[in-house]
Design a protein around this ligand. Structure first.
Ligand SMILES: NC(=O)c1ccc[n+]([C@@H]2O[C@H](COP(=O)([O-])OP(=O)(O)OC[C@H]3O[C@@H](n4cnc5c(N)ncnc54)[C@H](OP(=O)(O)O)[C@@H]3O)[C@@H](O)[C@H]2O)c1
Length: 277
């Protein structure tokens, strides 16, 4: 049993959060985790039915009204401005911004469609940056030196390690997310806002359905990961509570690898064959 002192490190009682793409996958896990920790959580995405369903499900489970869904598209300037206005109409402070919405596209090198480049970048980088920019003042007003506001950006191990596999614009976009995370961390520290990124490896979601569609595929993928498994919801929940809770207020500019060691995996030993020859 955790002492109440330790429990308070992870409490989000009285906090207000926005999770883009909070209706599905990792965003849903983060939204539920934060609501369980006591935060009011706004979730938005293009498909209103999805975010409504998720909000109903979590609110019912927690017997609360902490999760508030609304429609929002971060791929256009008008969409981003609408999200900002909708948030201001619903709440008067924002302690946590989770830039989770993401898009991807996979194609072999040589065939990658021109249009798929900007489609992915518009959501993963342009939308993330401009939405963040709009919320900086509100995040700053909701913070102080001892309890900074928090931004978590969803990067990816594909933005840290040069995995090919086809999603060229996705990998480039996530490397950009990592870099903008560090730039914003530096600039927003003095304004009492921490900015960190998650760099997840494979977790089951709509985006990764193709890789989890059979047991054989899932097992092969797990075998290729140093810690021999794919990600679990609790890996995301624990990291969220750490970075958003009291104990995470001194961490900024981190790209947290939630990837079972993929980003430090360098393949076969370089000198091993030479030793045996
Ligand atoms: N799953 C993994 O293994 C993994 C690994 C590394 C990083 N990530 C990152 O984690 C984040 C969440 O992905 P996920 O795996 O949970 O996949 P997911 O379930 O497909 O989630 C993506 C979310 O983004 C939303 N979205 C897409 N385009 C949007 C737009 N224009 N405006 C607003 N929302 C939009 C989607 O909702 P609508 O379709 O309703 O808009 C959806 O809820 C992404 O940034 C992804 O790159 C995931």
């Amino acid at each position: 049993m955790l002492s109440s002192n330790l429990q308070s490190l992870f409490s989000l009682e009285g906090k207000t959060a926005l999770v883009t793409g909070g209706g599905t996958g990792l965003g849903k896990i983060m939204a539920e985790t934060m609501a369980q920790a006591g935060a009011k959580v706004l979730i938005c995405s293009r498909k209103l039915a999805n975010v409504k369903k998720t909000a109903d499900e979590i609110n019912k489970k927690l017997n609360s009204n902490l999760v508030i869904p609304f429609e929002g598209d971060i791929s256009t300037e008008a969409g981003i401005e609408k999200i900002y206005k909708d948030v201001l109409n619903k709440v008067n402070k924002l302690n946590i911004l989770v830039n989770n919405s993401g898009a991807t596209w996979g194609e072999k090198l040589g065939n990658f469609p021109y249009s798929a480049w900007s489609k992915v970048l518009d959501v993963n980088v342009t939308g993330l940056f401009h939405l963040t920019q709009l919320f900086i003042n509100l995040l700053e007003e909701s913070a102080d030196k001892n309890d900074p506001s928090r931004i978590i950006n969803l990067g990816s191990v594909m933005g840290s390690a040069p995995h090919g596999d086809g999603p060229y614009s996705y990998s480039a976009s996530k490397a950009a997310v990592h870099h903008i995370t560090r730039i914003l961390a530096k600039e927003l520290g003095p304004r009492h806002i921490t900015v960190n990124a998650f760099a997840p490896g494979p977790f089951e979601s709509k985006m990764t359905k193709f890789a989890f569609s059979t047991d054989t595929k899932q097992k092969a993928m797990a075998e290729s990961i140093p810690l021999k498994r794919t990600g679990r919801p609790l890996d995301i929940s624990a990291a969220t509570l750490y970075l958003c809770g009291k104990g995470g207020g001194y961490v900024t500019g981190a790209i947290l690898p939630l990837d079972g060691g993929i980003h430090v995996d360098t393949g076969p030993e370089l000198f091993e064959p030479a030793k045996h020859s």
